[in-house]
Design a protein around this ligand. Sequence first.
Ligand SMILES: [Zn+2]
Length: 453
Amino acid sequence: MGLLLLVAGPAAAAELNFDALGAEATQMLRRYIRVDTSNPPGNEIAAARYLAGVFGAEGIEHRVLESEPGRGTVIAWLPGRGNGRPVVLLNHLDTVSADASAWRFPPFEGVVDDGFLYGRGAIDCKGMAVVEAMAMIAIKRSGETLDRDLIFLGTADEEVGGALGAGWFVENHLDLLGNAEYVLNEGGHGRVLADGTVVYEVGAVEKTPYWLRLTATGEPGHGSTPRGLSSVARLVRALERVRTMPRPIRVTPEVALYYQALAARQPEPLQAKYRNLADALEQDEEFRRQFLSRPEDAALVQSTISITVLEGSDKTNVVPGVASADLDCRLLPGEEPADFRARLEQAIGDDGIEIEVLLNFPPSSSTIDSDLYASIVRMAESEGASVVPNVLRGFTDSHFFRTRGMTVYGFVPIVLTDEDTKRMHGIDERVPVAEIGAGVERLVSILRGIAAK
Ligand SMILES: [Zn+2]
């Protein structure tokens, strides 16, 4: 009897050999990196077909979709018992480009060296996709049936905003996700702290992009004969006012929680400040100065503005009639775009500067009071690690699914050092080989651990 129970029960877990699965996943990632999906142009259909082949070989039901010729999306389903709504494993098929001449190894080869697998997408997001695919395959091979359906979804076009990927998918094919409750996406991972301990960051909130174009007009003319305030001079004046405008500090509840969780690991004088960040920033001028001098910290307590694109004349001796600049603004959760714009207009103080909105969508957040979050915490605790909710300074595809009512977390179950993390979108992107198999094992444990409903 005991033996029968062991075979039929959760002990099926013991049958999975995660070392072997990790080695297999590593080979899969090497092959996947060789499918170049630099966006633009993307050509994600090649990646969608590659992953479809992987699922097909395992007898897992799947489908390839195309938003436009070449812009592929792949979806695969592993049915559960229906005791709870489906869980979506989301990733994107495209990558940013890579300048091979700056890399130590060719970026689209998947070279393994000294414990690391190098290649564009090794983490963002092909590494994550392989961990998700292999976790699904592992569960299928184990013969067990989870309470909930698992759905793998690899989309196009994330790196330039997702209009031809996740945006298109939720508009046209949302029914393929059934009544999904949870989505795991990129946007958080395990971090090794200075003292060697591990903390898993789970992206539950994202700042909102509010991209603006400022346009100034003025009398055009010849560069040899300046007259009045030109469009360019007017624009430069406005930009300087934008650059130096006051940026109020606000500590949102999620950010307060995040720093509280990191407090215990700070040296003594900082611990109390991290436990009550809002008060410390308000009352301790020296602490505030140091905190705001670190861009990563400052961006979590302020709405930010980066001046990026500039356009004026294309000839040295021509004064243009029109000049424009793009601002990449990122608003804190809870900040109304209309209020932010009013502050900006007041700072510019020039009715002649036109402001056009290039991109904006509603704030995107998910509660951490959920069965999925609880399962992530149990996995972390089993390794002696901790979990903190995180606010993303940037944005991912998560907002497309949050606005459709799903609970979405940015969470890749792999542990990275800061040295690994900073290479994403940069040169020599890499993932520690040991983390690929470990990631599969952690994800299987999390998926098995989500409570039935
Ligand atoms: Zn990504």
